[in-house]
Design a binder for this molecule. Structure first.
Ligand code: SF4
Ligand code: SF4
Length: 448
């Protein structure tokens, strides 16, 4: 018996076993659990049919339900929206639970797997760690620690005029307003607050709209999905502001465009990465803050400051507690993220290393340098010498990721990992591939 015949024989007996179980009727002993020969909880009827036909489907050909099973149903999704932005047939949307879900037929193109930073895309291999494209050390500075990536210059910054809602120095708001005013960009994808816990991404095309969105929201609201919307007339050059994982996927979309994908990723001439250690499930965070005694309807904003979660109303501080007390509300997938400073960004911005009221800006690339030169006159800037707090935080982040990842952390390794590798490496742990939720990949239940 050759391999294909063996597969067919195994599968037919499994299929018969299922049928027999189904025929037993109510009250019959539970039928034997069907296990795919691939040991894959996300294997489906298609795998069965393919195997029964003697021509198994390629195990690494991905339909959305497999990405969902490995990432979303395994509780690892970080809400970047990369899968939605990468899907050429616009088959993925956002479900009521705030997670990506199928909204129409999946074509099995595998793009959601390939561009997801928690699935196929090995983001550490995407960025040049402390080296530029030619392989030399960053900015001629051999002392730049690997965690900081490529740096051209580092600054402590505050806007000369500040929007009421801005965080720290308001550098991002001031930068974007100036870049819009000078025509360097025509728009910027930013996230605005819906309430203290929830945000929504949109394309701001005026300084007024940027100012209205000032201030942080610790809600990953799939901002990359805005790239799926056509740009308005007159908007050709945009900035993207997001967390490091989002910037990584933007870079992948730009580096690997696809003629079948309609996306404005190519119009993003500037990526601004925000320092990030983790983000939260907004509903869980709201619940946890409520359980800590805060009337959440009074909460106007949430910030993370020096290891504390700080909740404020419009006029006063309502809560300040160690952020680790809210760990259960954080995104589990963030544990696997080794990028604190936005290694793929043109400009990286955060509050570490600058005094209160100011922001730290790392200028990384030529595009970052051009943007920086266009805006410095509108900002109060000082060169920043001591980046050690940023280095320490980035090292902590990387160590956490190395411990949490079930696959090797290897900046020198390949750009992608396959589904079957993932299945094996994550098997048995609390991050293992799960049977997909039916509502999320409903093609299981729908026939035509
Ligand atoms: S992590 Fe991002 S790309 Fe991956 S499933 Fe979640 S939203 Fe999609
Ligand atoms: S910690 Fe990493 S994965 Fe989580 S939101 Fe921040 S950048 Fe994204």
């Amino acid at each position: 018996m050759n391999q294909a015949q063996e597969h067919m024989s195994t599968t037919m007996s499994l299929v018969e076993d299922r049928r027999a179980g189904a025929d037993r009727g109510a009250g019959a002993p539970a039928m034997k659990q069907w296990r795919s020969p691939l040991g894959d909880p996300a294997a489906d009827l298609r795998d069965e049919i393919a195997l029964a036909g003697g021509v198994p489907e390629l195990p690494d050909k991905i339909w959305f339900h497999k990405t969902a099973a490995a990432v979303i149903d395994a509780g690892r999704c970080v809400g970047c929206g990369g899968c939605i932005a990468a899907c050429p047939s616009r088959s993925i949307g956002v479900a009521e639970d705030g997670k990506p879900t199928l909204v129409k037929m999946c074509t099995g193109c595998s793009a959601c797997w390939d561009y997801c930073p928690l699935a196929g895309l090995r983001t550490e291999a995407l960025h040049a760690y402390a080296t530029d494209a030619s392989g030399s050390r960053a900015a001629g500075d051999t002392a730049v620690p690997i965690e900081l990536g490529r740096i051209d210059s580092a600054w402590s910054v505050t806007g000369r005029t500040r929007a009421a809602e801005v965080q720290d120095g308001g550098a991002v708001t001031a930068l974007l307003c100036q870049l819009l005013s000078t025509g360097f960009i025509d728009g910027a994808i930013v996230t605005r607050r819906i309430d203290a816990f929830h945000g929504e991404p949109f394309l701001a095309t005026s300084p007024e709209e940027v100012r209205a969105a000032a201030g942080s929201v610790y809600h990953q609201s799939h901002p990359l999905t805005v790239l799926n919307e056509p740009l308005p007339n007159g908007v050709a050059r945009i900035a993207f502001v997001g967390t490091p994982c989002q910037v990584s996927v933007l870079r992948a979309l730009q580096r690997f465009p696809w003629k079948y994908r309609r996306s404005s990723a190519g119009a993003a001439v500037l990526a601004i990465g925000l320092f990030c250690t983790r983000s939260f499930e907004p509903d869980k965070l709201e619940e946890a803050v409520g359980a800590a005694g805060v009337a959440t309807s009074q909460a106007a904003r949430v910030d993370v400051r020096d290891g504390d979660l700080v909740v404020r109303s419009a006029t006063t501080e309502l809560l300040r507690r160690p952020v680790k007390e809210f760990h259960a509300a954080s995104l589990k997938g963030c544990d696997e993220c080794a990028d604190f400073t936005g290694l793929g960004a043109d400009l990286a911005v955060g509050n570490l290393a600058s005094e209160p009221g100011r922001s730290t800006v790392l200028v990384r690339t030529e595009a970052g340098r051009d943007a920086w030169e266009a805006v410095t006159r509108a900002l109060d800037v000082r060169p920043l010498e001591d980046l050690s707090p940023v280095v320490r935080a980035a090292a902590r982040d990387r160590n956490r990721a190395v411990r949490s990842l079930a696959r090797p952390f290897d900046p020198e390794g390949p750009l992608w990992t396959s589904y079957t590798e993932h299945l094996d490496l994550y098997a048995g742990g609390e991050r293992s591939v799960q049977a997909p939720a039916k509502f999320r990949s409903h093609h299981f239940e729908v026939t035509c």
